[in-house]
Design a protein around this ligand. Sequence first.
Ligand code: NAD
Length: 485
Amino acid sequence: MIYKNYINGKWISSSSGKTFKNINPANPTQILGKFQDSNKNDVDKAVQAAESAYESWSSLPAAKRGDILYRAAHLLKENKERLARIMTLEMGKVLKESRGDVQEAIDITEYMAGEGRRLLGHTTPSELTDKFCLTIRMPVGVFGLITPWNFPAAIPAWKIMPALICGNTIVFKPASDTPQSAIELVKILIRAGVPKGVLNLVTGSGQGVGRPMIKHDQIQGISFTGSKQVGEFVMQNAGLKKVGLELGGKNAIIIMDDADLKLALDGVIWGAFGTTGQRCTAASRIIIHKKIKPKFEKMLVKATKKLKLGPGIKSSTDVGPLINEKAVEKVHHYTHIGINEGAKLLTGGKIPKKKGFYYEPTIFTDVSWNMKIAQEEIFGPSLSIIPVKDIDEAIHVCNSTPYGLSSAIYTKSLRNAFLAIEKIQAGLTYVNSSTIGSEIHLPFGGVKGTGHGREAGIEGIDEFSEIKTVYFDFSGKLQKAQGIK
Ligand code: NAD
């Protein structure tokens, strides 16, 4: 099957005449479809369409835009199982997680539909008499959305829904490893009634499609989720566009000596090996009090060895494949780095002899905070255990990477918990649960090398709207602020 771009209300081929293949990472000989390998011409056409549609879409009352999103949420619900299966086939995660991914898309769609009747500004008194002050929200214009493959429905929905409700029009470029989930999401929005030109989809590579979007003069905003390296490129090349960046992480779970170790174990297994470690919020470092380290390591290795690797579509599978062959090579490369750096390999570290892009869940211990495996994002099932002597050292180590997305602490002490909440440099801190599990009505994002901006929640609206300040003077005379007579 050959899939096309969606531009100005029509499914059309790329002007390059080229396509690329999408394969099943659990069975790489299975080709799931061919997709348009687009270029700058296609981006130009999509931007043109988005610009033409802008006036009427942004003038439509937000509540009416919300009605379309409510219909989209309903259609997503009806199609949840089908979409989850498509997702598992094209990116490998276990089916129950794919269902969660689609559910997240449903939740954000409903939440943003409701924003159609809020989109709140605020009012405040003027310093002068007979003068009224308020703020209103305006759309930004044509928005370029560039997304990764690890949340093929949720991340595009986190961007598309607030962008639409705020009145922007869109050029959307999904990751090349998950174009089919993106097409399914766009089809649902079309069925829900999004008018032609408002949402345009262009598939293709980062160089061929993403790059011209970032540099495009007629795109006013870029919302990017992906790696730190590409995020830096976006920042350097987007000019004066409004830019939102959701980048990588090197997230840690702190386990103190008073922690409930069984609870911590469940959190570590889920955080480190859920989605095969391919979440921006995955736990890739365990910072543990040295008193409980030997006991916890035994529990962790035992539980990790029980995890079943296999195709995500099989209900018996705990850990699915990695996204592609390059990812397997990358994780394996970091295993060699860890060994050469002097860390102790507790389990895993091998590429299983199995069809598909699998990697054994891997645990290193006696890792020091500054080793590469404790500093760089591996984005796979690879976990480093770092021993510490107290809460101060734990927080210091937690903050020692260039990233700042998620963090967690297991402790029964209020003091430890509040120190973590106050001192950890991250956009998210969980107390007594894992580094993953965000809910769509709360803001999500990071600090430092994880980028800036917040998605989801009310704050998610800020990224896709501009604030206008309005001064309404009904005094009938020229009044000057700051007491000027
Ligand atoms: P990536 O940076 O390689 O690609 C992301 C997107 O950017 C893709 O659509 C890709 O085609 C495009 N792209 C690549 N080069 C480009 C260029 N020069 N110009 C414009 N676009 C370009 O990331 P990935 O491998 O798809 O995703 C994994 C990364 O995403 C990890 O670092 C992960 O932590 C991060 N991530 C972050 C969050 C978050 O919310 N903070 C969520 C999910 C994933």
